[in-house]
Design a protein around this ligand. Structure first.
Ligand code: ADP
Ligand code: ZN
Length: 736
């Protein structure tokens, strides 16, 4: 952006370049203080809008803004995104050829850059610093600032050198930004970067658009995952975290077999393979990355719709950070976790095995307990999560599994006592499975050989199933009533078990819940704004245009427009430049680049309820009775049907597609104004096939029918399917 005589204000930049109409949270205060030349420390959750905090002051102040980022793989995308906005951006890192590097340096010297991204190790070389001495610099932004902290989880040595900037460029404002920092990391960042004088801006850590679900998985974690994906994210991009490389590989394979595009990512792959998979995740739509926890730092793909954990994350900080990669665009997204007893045991063993200093071990232990506490919680997850970051949330959130479907607890004191005494009677020498076998009264060779079928606790736990027992043991372990040995996984009692055994304490356990039910309720409550069917066609056409443009330019689709922009374009159908500009997220540069193209597609898809209708259409509205809860266009089709026309004739008369007419009929069917057999020509067997498939997929009226359409191998059109599903229930009821 060429700055002319009068400098624009921060707000002007926000609206004209970025296409947003107001600042979020404390963006404005941060930006103002940087513009005034003060330093700042910014703690903001992922997706909160950190980038604008340095991009706007870099544009308003004279000179080039230098952005330090450890994530060289992503610099290209960031620069692409800025160039799309008409800004003069570039990066310097090891991926550039000598010539490219020289070009960038020349631009820098000539003052032709607004923003320059640099890897920390490069920034701190003497030639680079000399170069910077000759330039006018607007500010330094230190992204992912927690990398400077040894206490944090992504320590990078080069980062500690960044404190030099303070001495070398004392008059240039510096801003450090991060999305993760507990109080201790925060302190370390300020010290290490010499930012004691900086304004400190801490945002709420709440991510209201993320729906949290945590469940114990037992042995069928995959099945639950599949159900979750099918019900809520049949086509979405997401990340699945697993603990081991092996599990990453096998999960990705399995998903591919199930027809999803799932790519592995772990440290055992070559760098090139990893880069390629990450690239596909960023550039293609609907890709799932299955990764070890190492994946994702700085992934700023805005439309990650879910993050799933197939095993426990390391601690709450990691959980928060990993799940935070979902829904950066502010649209509803899911953080879904399934964990099992094995995870708890594994984590404890890792901890005991580690040869870290005692002090660190204690902290790690504490963090693990906090995590397990969050998992076993029966109250609002968000409240607990925020409380962990010292943030109080007054009311339960209403958007987590526990809020939506509160788990029942039961007084499990007796059962817990049985479990503990069985561990005691077998001399604290056996693992969970064996102890449970004794509780439920199993006999096998080993039990008989050990004489454990003759002890008092043999068979006293028959009232509970093995699954229930596993749940009880997991909770006992989580709450520290039991511990496991590192080598053999044998259970032993703790200091804490004594009072429970003596009956001085009560033990409330979560009841096992039916996970499917919880997520179904949520699916209807939370899914993204649904576009009317007529708009969906347009949305798809716009998406294709976006995909084509992205491919031509070699950038990820979201760099052109976010999904929400496509939704808005399809919903509002802007026809003029001014209307186009009024869409959230569209600024001047995007209007100039894409306005014509997208508005052309919009023109080609006129809305269905204002088609150039033949005049006699209206008659069907005037002369006949109408159902007020149905729209006019549906009433017209319905009344035409009642005069004896068939679907195809109505479609022809109205200049609409047959499937559109069928979907009108479906509306009428759904409220009981029409019977399916009045419009559909299906045999009982066919009807039954569609119904049972819909039931199997757990689909109901109003939901996306694509899975049904595909499972039935496109035998029937959407209109027919819609009518069938519409008739499967009476209004207001579901058919679970
Ligand atoms: P962070 O770096 O904090 O994770 P980003 O800077 O990538 O977040 O911003 C997340 C998303 O929010 C981006 O798509 C960005 O364009 C958008 N955004 C940022 N600030 C605003 C704002 N004031 N109004 C609307 N959208 C915004
Ligand atoms: Zn909640």
């Amino acid at each position: 952006m060429q700055m002319t005589s009068s400098t624009p204000t921060a707000l002007e930049v926000l609206t004209s370049i970025f296409g947003y109409d107001q600042f979020r949270h404390n963006q404005e205060a941060i930006i103002q203080s940087l513009i005034q030349g003060e330093d700042a420390f910014v703690l903001m959750p992922t997706g909160g809008g950190k980038s604008l905090c340095y991009q706007i002051p870099a544009l308003v102040r004279r000179g080039v803004g230098i952005v330090v980022s450890p994530l060289i793989a992503l610099m290209q995308d960031q620069v692409d995104a800025l160039r799309q906005l008409g800004l003069r951006a570039a990066f310097l890192n090891s991926s550039l050829s000598f010539m490219e590097k020289q070009d960038v340096e020349q631009m820098l010297l000539r003052g032709e850059l607004d923003i320059l991204y640099v890897a920390p190790e490069r920034l701190l070389t003497e030639p680079m610093l000399n170069l910077l001495d000759q330039c006018q610099i607007s500010l330094f932004a230190i992204d992912e600032a927690h990398c400077v902290s040894q206490w944090g989880h992504d320590f990078r040595k080069e980062y500690q050198q960044l404190k030099q900037l303070a001495q070398r460029f004392p008059n240039i404002p510096r801003v450090a930004l991060t999305a993760t920092a507990d109080a201790r990391t925060r302190q370390e960042i300020l010290e290490q970067l010499n930012l004691q004088q900086a304004g400190v801006f801490i945002n709420s850590f709440d991510r209201p658009n993320i729906h949290y679900t945590i469940a114990e998985s037992g042995s069928n974690a995959r099945q639950s995952l599949w159900r979750f994906l099918e019900q809520k994210h049949p086509e979405d991009a997401g990340i699945i975290y697993c603990l081991s490389r092996k599990k990453v590989e096998s999960t990705a394979d399995w998903l591919m077999q199930k027809g999803r595009l799932a790519l592995p990512y772990h440290a055992g792959m070559t760098q090139q393979q990893r880069r390629q998979n990450q690239m596909r995740f960023l550039r293609e739509e609907g890709v799932i990355i299955v990764a070890t926890i190492a994946f994702g730092m700085g992934i700023d793909k805005p439309d990650v719709r879910f993050v799933a954990h197939l095993s426990l994350p390391k601690n709450i900080e990691s959980y928060y950070q990993e799940t935070g990669r979902a829904g950066r665009d502010g649209q509803p997204a899911d953080a879904w976790m399934n964990y099992g007893l094995q995870d708890v045991i594994f984590m404890r063993q890792m901890l005991q095995d580690s040869d870290a200093p005692e002090q660190i071990k204690r902290v790690t232990q504490f963090k693990l307990h906090a995590l397990l506490g969050l998992c076993e919680l029966s109250t609002c997850r968000r409240q607990a999560l925020l409380a962990y970051f010292d943030e109080e949330m007054k009311e339960p959130c209403g958007n987590c599994d526990n809020c939506i479907n509160p788990p029942e607890t039961w007084d499990a004191t007796k059962a817990a006592q049985m479990a503990l005494s069985c561990v005691y009677r077998t001399n604290q020498r056996f693992g969970v499975t064996y102890v449970i076998d004794i509780l439920v009264g199993k006999t096998d060779k080993r039990i008989a050989y050990n004489g454990h079928d003759r002890i008092s606790t043999w068979g006293i736990g028959k009232d509970y199933t093995q699954v229930e027992w596993r749940g009880i043991f997991r909770q006992l372990l989580a709450m520290g009533y039991l511990q496991t040995d590192m080598e053999y996984g044998t259970l032993s009692l703790t200091e804490k078990s004594r009072s429970l055994l003596r009956g001085e304490e009560t033990f409330f356990a979560r009841k096992q819940r039916k996970a499917e039910k919880a997520s179904r309720q949520h699916a209807t409550k939370q899914s993204r704004t649904r576009l009317a069917e007529k708009d969906q066609e347009l949305r798809e056409a716009l998406r294709q245009l976006r995909a084509r443009l992205a491919q031509e330019q070699g950038v990820p689709p979201y760099v052109i427009f976010h999904d929400s922009v496509l939704d808005d374009l399809a919903g509002y159908r802007p026809a003029t430049d001014a209307a186009f500009l009024s869409i959230h997220g569209i600024g001047q540069s995007k209007l100039e680049k894409y306005g014509e193209l997208f508005m052309e597609v919009i023109r080609q898809h006129p809305p269905a309820d204002t088609p150039p209708q033949p005049i006699h259409d209206e008659q069907y509205l005037e002369d006949a009775p109408r159902v007020t809860s149905l729209s006019d266009t549906v009433n017209i089709s319905l009344n035409m049907l009642k005069t004896g026309m068939d679907i195809d004739t109505i479609a022809k008369e109205r200049g609409l597609k047959s499937t559109t007419i069928l979907s009108h009929m479906a509306d009428a069917i759904s409220i009981g104004k029409l019977e399916r057999k009045q419009v559909l020509n299906l045999s009982d067997g066919q009807l039954e096939e569609i119904e049972s498939t819909a039931r199997f997929l757990n689909l109901s009226w109003g939901e996306n029918l694509k899975p049904l359409y595909e499972t039935l191998e496109a035998q029937w059109d959407y209109g027919t399917l819609k009518c069938v599903v519409a008739g499967m229930q009476t209004p207001g009821e579901t058919y679970e």
